[in-house]
Design a protein around this ligand. Structure first.
Ligand code: IPM
Ligand code: MG
Length: 357
């Protein structure tokens, strides 16, 4: 039997609730599939760990994670600690330390879920946003001088490297090619930003020569927000910078019904390091501990993890089960339902058990 080692990092807020749900469902998929098993290592890193140890994870944390085939991550963020500390200390430290340069964010309207867009239902909106995940506006370059003085200066420099842009373009063109419509939209802002973004466009053009079978276009990021709302059917695969894709993916999640269903994968396409799978929603202090967190994003990202581990049949089975449960109206309050996290989880486990392989 194939076995995969998963490093589970539930971390903060609703992270532990949704990761527990996700592991339960993945276990059901493994039993149902019969071809593989998961070995799960639990890491209790995060903000509570920080309060005890003065760091978000141990200094040799990445070495521990390297022993895993994939990382299943909950959420990071704490009301009493600065976001920049918790984020850079754990999640971004993993993404950047493992050079997980492709952040993949699929969006679909699942059956039973109502989009805020009029006359848009399942099938009308089927996108994958590829987010550059290693540089751009998140490179951490910049600084502050003359603190507190009237002449104080702060800079935040976006970095675009030929290697970094080319590899994310190739990833996006490859992904577009693997999807039925073979269509890619390159999001940019080269009308206003004359250096990095013009470079971004140039490299997109160069890479596109290797993909004559992929139809591609360019869209300015501001116009892209309108297109997502007004013409969602014209979009398939999208590639954007770290910050642009961050913003567009929240919009995409809202248009698909809720941030509570949106998954993401931080991928090292070269497989030098484990890739990391997480729900997009974050720690959600307002509902932490209430038992109503939507586990669907964590299930969906679990399916992406199975896919990455080569368990395509298990991944498909899990998504069919999730869709069946959504279609039956078993949903948490963020989707207008009344079910708790546990009820949704139980329903998905049962659907997995009853599913034909
Ligand atoms: C996301 C989140 C993070 C990001 C935050 C928590 C820093 O919004 O994954 O989209 O901007 O990368
Ligand atoms: Mg975001």
């Amino acid at each position: 039997m194939r076995s995969h080692r998963i490093a589970s990092i539930p971390a903060d807020g609703i992270g532990p609730e949704v990761i527990a749900a996700g592991l339960e469902v993945l276990d059901a998929v493994a039993s149902r599939d019969g071809g593989f098993s998961l070995i799960v290592d639990q890491y209790d890193w995060g903000s509570d760990w920080y309060r005890k140890h003065g760091e978000m994870m141990p200094a040799d944390g990445l070495a521990w994670l390297r022993t895993a085939d994939a990382i299943y991550f909950g959420a990071v963020g704490d009301p009493n600690l600065p976001d920049s500390l918790t984020l850079w200390g754990l999640r971004l430290a993993i993404c950047q330390g493992f050079d997980q340069y492709a952040n993949v964010r699929p969006t679909r309207i699942l059956p039973g879920i109502v989009s805020p867009l009029r006359d848009v239902g399942p099938g009308d909106l089927d996108w994958v946003i590829v987010r550059e995940n290693s540089e751009g506006e998140y490179s951490g370059q910049g600084g502050r001088t003359h603190r507190g003085l009237p002449e104080e200066v702060a800079t935040e420099t976006a970095i675009f490297t030929r290697r970094g842009v080319e590899r994310i373009m190739r990833y996006a063109f490859d992904l577009a090619r693997s999807r039925p419509r073979k269509q890619l939209t390159v999001v940019t802002k080269s009308n206003a930003q004359r250096h990095g973004m013009v470079f971004w466009d140039e490299i997109a053009g160069l890479v596109s020569h290797d993909y004559p079978d992929v139809r591609w276009d360019k869209e300015l990021v501001d116009a892209m927000t309108m297109r997502m709302v007004c013409k969602p059917r014209t979009i398939d695969t999208v590639v954007a910078t770290n910050l642009h894709a961050d913003i567009l993916s929240d919009l995409a999640a809202a248009l698909a019904g809720s941030l509570g269903i949106a998954p993401t994968a931080n991928i090292d396409p070269e497989r030098r390091s484990p890739s990391m799978f997480e729900p997009i929603h974050g720690s959600a202090f307002d509902i932490t501990g209430k038992g109503i967190a939507n586990p669907v994003a964590t299930f969906w990202t679990g399916a992406m993890m199975l896919e990455h581990l080569g368990e395509a049949a298990g991944a498909a089975l899990l998504m069919r089960a999730v869709e069946q449960v959504c279609a039956a109206g078993i949903m948490t309050p963020d989707l207008g339902g009344k079910a708790t996290t546990k009820e949704v989880t139980r329903a998905v486990v049962e659907a997995v058990r009853g599913m034909n392989r």
